[in-house]
Design a protein around this ligand. Structure first.
Ligand SMILES: NC(=O)c1ccc[n+]([C@@H]2O[C@H](COP(=O)([O-])OP(=O)(O)OC[C@H]3O[C@@H](n4cnc5c(N)ncnc54)[C@H](OP(=O)(O)O)[C@@H]3O)[C@@H](O)[C@H]2O)c1
Length: 354
């Protein structure tokens, strides 16, 4: 079987990706900047090779990925270190997935890597984490429930997880992006174009009735820069695409400081991860007023991110996915992909309320 390279294999998410590849019996290259940390993460495991390559060294990156069928990039933040890894993967003909949730990085990947990826015959599917993957797939299925190619007035992607269980790398990424973009580098989609600003008219959404403690009624939400804003308009026709987060969670990201980030553990421990439920939902309203809503939920967002990224990379290697940069729902059959996650405790549904 072809090897898969994990860049940032020594990080919190990277180590989970390494473990998932080993669990599935996939030979791998653990790549990153620090040989000692990489050896701690993967050294000595049968089927795992360590290759050292700094993000600023294109030749070393290309050598690290040489002979691999795909690269799973788990670096942080992607705004700073994502592109050289992607460029090196494409240059040596590797398919590529990553775990980013960063809108501006994601938009640049779609804007600049499509042609190089097509020329090299490789497929790039960024944002294959527990929000960008399931959020994009359930948005597609929810829109489709109103008819294939339905003309939507609005499609809202909602991250409805409760507070808690964020890794230091995720927090550092959120803080770095806020600093880089001066508070609001977010995007929204309106009238056929991406527009600046994290904007949503949606203030409440119906509780999906899924999750550890199913809720009823309406949930308060706040506009939030989710990756779905960049990916969903590529396969759903909607006048507006909005992204929102549970109202009590969104301000926690805004309150991050260097001190708070430094004090966080590298990642939530196994008990916290097992207890932490994530919940992505989508709400579609057709131009004629018909509505649909979908949700996808599971536990252990970081463990599931590893499962999702590995599943995606293996589908690129073994499947018939066209080359280029694709949203998850363009690269994979959305229902089939979500169903493949069910053995990991993922549950999903789409409803069209009467
Ligand atoms: N959106 C989602 O749902 C979701 C879910 C999971 C993860 N993520 C994203 O995935 C990324 C990883 O998160 P994490 O918690 O695993 O972070 P982490 O533990 O901090 O790991 C970051 C990785 O990046 C590497 N790195 C940092 N600076 C580097 C540099 N200058 N050159 C080369 N490598 C460098 C680190 O190498 P060292 O080990 O040598 O320090 C480490 O391997 C984050 O961007 C996070 O937001 C997103």
């Amino acid at each position: 079987m072809d090897k898969i390279a994990v860049y940032g294999a020594s990080g919190f998410t990277g180590r989970l990706v390494v473990a998932e590849l080993l669990r599935r019996g996939v030979p791998l290259v653990a790549a990153g900047r620090d040989g000692e940390r990489l050896r701690q993460a993967a050294g000595g495991r049968p089927g795992a090779e360590v290759r050292v390559a700094g993000a600023g060294d294109p030749a070393a990156l290309a050598a690290a990925f040489d002979g691999c069928a795909a690269v799973i990039n788990c670096v942080a933040p992607f705004e700073e270190f994502g592109e050289p890894v992607l460029r090196a993967a494409v240059s040596v003909g590797c398919h590529y997935v990553d775990t980013t949730g960063e809108q501006t990085y994601l938009k640049r990947v779609f804007d600049t890597f499509g042609e190089p990826a097509r020329r090299r015959g490789v497929t790039v599917v960024p944002a294959l984490a527990d929000d960008g993957g399931p959020g994009d797939l359930i948005a597609h299925l929810t829109a489709e429930a109103l008819g294939p190619g339905a003309d939507l007035a609005v499609l809202t992607v909602a991250d409805l997880r409760r507070p808690g269980g964020v890794s230091r790398g995720t927090a550092r990424t959120a803080l770095a992006n806020r600093r880089l973009w001066g508070g609001d580098g977010g995007l929204h989609w309106a009238d056929g174009a991406w527009r600046a600003g994290t904007v949503a008219r949606t203030e409440t959404v119906p509780a999906p009735g899924a999750g550890a403690e199913p809720e009823a009624g309406e949930l308060k939400v706040t506009a939030f820069a989710l990756p779905g804003i960049v990916t969903v308009p590529r396969h759903v026709r909607a006048r507006r695409v909005e992204a929102v987060m549970r109202a009590e969670v969104a301000p926690l990201f805004g309150a991050l400081t260097e001190e708070v980030v430094a004090a966080l553990p590298e990642g939530p421990d196994a008990g916290t991860r097992a207890a932490a439920r994530w919940l992505m939902a989508a709400y579609a309203t057709a131009a004629d007023g018909r509505r649909a809503q979908g949700s996808v939920t599971g536990t252990d967002g970081y463990g599931l991110t590893a499962v999702i990224a590995v599943e995606g990379a293996l589908r690129l290697v073994t499947g018939e996915v066209p080359p280029g940069v694709l949203a998850p729902a363009q690269a994979f059959d959305p229902a089939d992909f979500l169903t493949a996650l069910e053995p990991h405790g993922v549950r999903w549904s789409v409803l069209t309320p009467a």
